[in-house]
Design a protein around this ligand. Structure first.
Ligand code: ADP
Ligand code: ASP
Ligand code: MG
Length: 409
């Protein structure tokens, strides 16, 4: 019998009606003869609501208690979905992350899955049950509840698929696949019938939140057959392929946006060896991820050093840099949140020159100023003034002819 892991996101389980609809979807898979493990998120808005409550109690809540709090959202949905399944005659039982157990490291708020004990789930499946698992949560070595970062239920689903040796992992969400751009921002974005693992990795890393990047990393490492589908309407969705057999691949397959980054510039730093290390050392020691980095060519022995981080880490980073700036005898350090990062991703970039030029031309024709640039083998990213986000995304979508590729919506 085929073993399938299905994951349903927040909007898909956002109300009792939606939970009943998901139960029906799961029942259809069961009737077709599949064995099912279902991973669910909290109801849409619930995780944000819980974070809001904690912030009302204290400004900087302790990460351990935040995980205890935010993991409760998923506990509600596993129980409700199990009840909804039982109501339509399907045997189902729910598991929290720590009941399975899903073992993680102890980095609260962004824990990594280390091991999943699949025995209990296998036993329940053998007894004819649908097993419903809480996404986003796990338990550390010290038996502390952990969470996997926003959007982490995707990662739970893929990790469960790996641990159970499932035949396929299906990510059900509120759009019917992976698009050439966020379909909520670009009206004529197109659904991709398939996308290479490498491209989806870059797309999700560059802001396409349709699937969490860690889930993609996991799937790639263990070659999990993965598909993104709509929980609202039937359809083929988007298949993630691990080997690209399609000769006529598009040059660019997607445009993405990140709006929650902040930029820090250390101005007037004496231009000498060791600057990058002095500035970024304390940042990375505090587990803060740095994204783009630019160091200008120095004049008069002084230079400017700029990098971007998640907005949430801005205050902490500025505090960490205060003594560093004094020590380096730099002029000043400034933080800025008024920026967006726009990226174009495509494996076709490898064999075609001029993509960056085409991107810069399109932006300049609209009078959009580029602040920073970074590239990888199959991605070009720029940061711009936040005000121009939508204009930039639509402009690039058109400039690369993306409304003509992929499938109909
Ligand atoms: P879920 O709650 O099911 O996990 P998310 O909100 O995390 O869903 O992700 C789905 C959303 O991702 C869509 O509603 C869409 O607005 C957004 N999105 C951003 N970029 C893309 C893209 N390239 N293709 C599809 N959806 C995208
Ligand atoms: N509920 C969590 C979040 O809102 C995890 C998820 O939805 O994947 O981020
Ligand atoms: Mg999500």
């Amino acid at each position: 019998m085929t073993l399938i892991v299905e994951k349903y996101g927040g909007t898909s389980v956002g109300s009792v009606e939606r939970i009943n609809a998901v139960a029906q979807n799961v029942a259809n898979s069961v009737k077709s003869g599949d064995r099912l493990v279902v991973v669910v998120s909290a109801m849409s808005g619930e995780t944000n609501r819980l974070i809001g409550l904690a912030k009302e109690v204290c400004e900087q809540p302790c990460p351990r208690e935040m995980d205890v709090l935010t993991s409760t959202g998923e506990q509600v949905t596993i129980a409700l979905l199990s009840l909804a399944l039982q109501q339509i005659g399907i045997s189902a039982c729910s598991y929290t992350g720590y009941q399975i157990p899903i073992r993680t490291d102890s980095v609260h708020g962004k824990a990594r899955i280390e091991h999943i004990d699949a025995d209990r789930v296998h036993a329940d499946l053998d007894n004819g049950n649908v097993v419903v698992v809480a996404g986003f949560q796990g338990i550390s070595e010290e038996n502390k509840i952990t969470t996997l970062g926003r959007g982490g239920s995707d990662t739970t689903a893929v990790a469960m698929a790996v641990a159970l040796h499932a035949d396929e992992c299906r990510i059900f969400t509120d759009v019917d696949g992976v698009y050439t751009a966020d379909p909520r921002m670009v009206m004529d974005a197109r659904r991709l019938e398939s996308i290479t693992f490498e491209e989806i990795l870059e797309l999700s890393g560059a802001g396409a939140k349709v699937i969490q990047i860690r889930a993609v990393e996991f799937a790639g490492k263990y070659n999990v057959p993965l598909r993104v589908l709509s929980s609202f309407e039937p359809g083929p969705g988007t298949l993630i392929t691990y080997e690209d057999k399609n000769m006529e691949q598009p040059l660019i397959s997607g445009i993405t946006v990140v709006e929650n980054e902040a930029k820090i510039t250390v101005r007037g730093v004496p231009d000498k060896p060791g600057i990058a290390y002095s500035i970024l050392g304390p940042i990375s020691a505090a587990d803060i991820n740095v994204d783009m980095i630019v160091q200008n060519i120095g004049t008069d022995g002084l230079t400017d050093f700029t990098f971007t981080i998640n907005q949430e880490d801005l205050q902490k980073s500025m505090d960490l840099l205060e003594p560093v700036v004094k020590e380096l005898k730099a002029e000043t350090v400034v933080g800025d949140t008024n920026l967006a990062k726009i990226s174009a991703v495509g494996v076709g970039m490898r064999s075609h020159a001029g993509i960056a030029t085409a991107m810069f031309r399109a932006l300049s024709e609209k009078g959009i100023n580029i602040q920073m640039i970074s590239t990888s083998e199959i991605k070009i990213s720029v940061t711009i003034d936040k005000e121009y986000t939508e204009l930039a995304v639509r402009t690039l979508h058109k400039a690369f002819g993306l409304e003509q590729i992929g499938a109909n919506r």
